[in-house]
Design a protein around this ligand. Sequence first.
Ligand code: PLP
Length: 230
Amino acid sequence: MIAQNREILEDRIRRACERAGRERDEICIVAVSKTFAVERIREAMDAGFRDFGENYVQELEEKRSKLGHDPRWHFVGHLQTNKVKYIAGYVHLIHSVDNFRLAQEIQKRAEKATRTVDVLVEVHTTGEATKYGVLPDRTEELVRQIAGLDRVRVHGLMTMGPFSDDPNDSRPSFRRLSDLKRRIEDQGIPMSHLSMGMTHDFEVAIEEGATILRIGTAIFGERKKKERTI
Ligand SMILES: *Cc1c(COP(=O)(O)O)cnc(C)c1O
């Protein structure tokens, strides 16, 4: 089933790329596997997925203990400072750094693990009260602060669109993120990635410049509990 879902997803991604005049290989998919069992992740790996996203540290730890480091583990949820120590030694990319204290903790734990941790800065682009993320006009400052840490590398920005069934409602958010990235690059700080777009709005995200899509439902099917916000 996941292999079939992948074909359908790939088709939609290819078409969105064509519409946007972009190349398919500019875009990578993080398969968001939260709430799904390791068997499903194995199935997804067999179908060709390599990058997996989780949003709870404990759940990620359990899955990693069973699947090891063959999947590249992305952390896409809200990350508490006191949980950084569990994942800093192996996480492939943290999408959700939104304050400097968290970045400093990642620096500390990365040092201990003698590695560098790759991160994205999560930006709050919707004005909705329930979302995490740094405000757009504080983003450049946070990126600059993190750039001063030698074991934390910022590769770009991440955001979530608003709660809405209409994918077009995500466009202003995605455009804001894309503009921010450009502005920061104009200041001499290179940023290669925009992590934006989920199952319901990834086509709009592609049109607006996404390089990383975080896709759960379109790959694994509906989740039992709805927990889109975390
Ligand atoms: C759950 C989740 C996704 C994937 O959501 P789908 O709508 O199932 O594609 C993407 N990003 C984050 C941060 C998530 O928590």
